[in-house]
Design a protein around this ligand. Structure first.
Ligand code: GLU
Length: 322
């Protein structure tokens, strides 16, 4: 590292769509430990840019849960819903430079287009050269060009042919909401985030984010995508898959489970220890290199059984409670 490198700044960026679940705890713990063990600062950003999906009270609930689990952030949390002017300014810059175009296509009209890795449709290019007569602008899309390559610090070398694998993507949605891809890029750049450590469900978004960073003249952070926690059915833990709130568990047990999931091998002796000691151990032993190079992995069963949709297991059922 040279003297010119900016100081490490990491972040955890939950979407307030429900209470914090074990999958989000894993992402929070991984990004926090990497930041702290590299002498860095760590921020929390509430990703409520998608107003229709945000659940009232969920953000406050997540912050309280993070505090209860012993996380400490270095500045007031940033709320995306309060930053719409910054996103509008970035969009205006893209527009002025000709990097975006108005699109009048409906979802139904694109139903035959090929699917991108994240399940969205690869844009067929209908409005790329200008809105065809009789069409009205609905969304704004950025022109996707070139191949993006980056070295992921957990998953290894990645590359994505943006035009063919993703297509021109939306930065301002038809419902008037700024797209996550734009918001995240503007926020990370403005905060000075140097290192993104997050779930591998977002690895397919990284090419789009790097493309936007380049168009906007922002630096590209380093990326580390942690394996995503899946339930017995192979589904990512989320509100939709009925993941239970992490507050259902004793913080020490949940944190130990998160560390085990991240390949850190915490000693069994810590199971009865105070939360503070678990953090002390984690800070002394954290190794990003030990994180399994997998896009997803099942929830660990040894430390506590995580409930799956339709079953009702609880940590006390593992026989660990006193
Ligand atoms: N808000 C996203 C999520 O909760 C995370 C975005 C990011 O870390 O870049 O899945």
């Amino acid at each position: 590292m040279t003297d010119a490198s900016p100081p490490y700044l990491g972040r955890f960026a939950p979407s307030p769509t429900g209470p914090l679940h074990f999958g989000s705890l894993v992402a929070a713990a991984g990004s926090f430990l990497e930041a702290r063990t590299r002498g860095g600062r760590w921020l929390v950003r509430i990703e409520d840019v998608d107003a229709p999906r945000s659940v009232p009270g969920a953000a406050e609930d997540i912050l309280i849960t993070l505090e209860r689990f012993g996380f400490e952030w270095d500045a007031e949390p940033v709320w995306q819903s309060r930053r719409l002017d910054a996103y509008a300014a970035a969009l205006e810059r893209l527009r002025a430079a000709g990097h975006v175009f108005a699109c009048g296509c409906t979802r139904r009209e694109m139903a035959d287009s090929a699917l991108a890795r994240d399940g969205s449709r690869i844009y067929p290019g209908t409005c790329r050269a200008g809105l065809p007569p009789g069409r009205e602008a609905r969304a704004w899309r950025v022109r996707a060009e070139g191949t993006i390559a980056f070295e992921d610090r957990v998953q290894g070398p990645q590359h994505e042919d943006l035009a063919h694998e993703v297509g021109d993507f939306v930065v301002l949605r038809a419902d008037g909401q700024f797209a996550y891809q734009l918001a995240v890029v503007v926020d990370d750049a403005e905060a000075g985030v140097t290192d993104v450590v997050r779930g591998a469900d977002l690895i397919g978004s990284t090419g789009r984010q790097i493309h936007l960073q380049r168009l906007l003249g922002f630096p590209t952070p380093s990326y580390a995508h942690l394996p995503v926690v899946v339930n017995a059915a192979g589904e990512k833990l989320s509100k939709q898959t009925l993941a239970s709130p992490v507050t259902d568990y004793a913080p020490t047990h949940a944190l130990l489970a998160a560390l085990a999931f991240l390949g850190q091998n915490p000693p069994q002796a810590l199971r009865g220890a105070p939360l503070r000691e678990v953090w002390q151990w984690a800070l002394a032993h954290w190794s990003l290199a030990a994180v399994p190079r997998r896009l997803q992995a099942p929830a660990p069963t040894g430390v506590f059984a995580l409930p799956n949709a339709g079953t009702d297991t609880h940590p006390s059922h593992t026989g660990s409670s006193t």
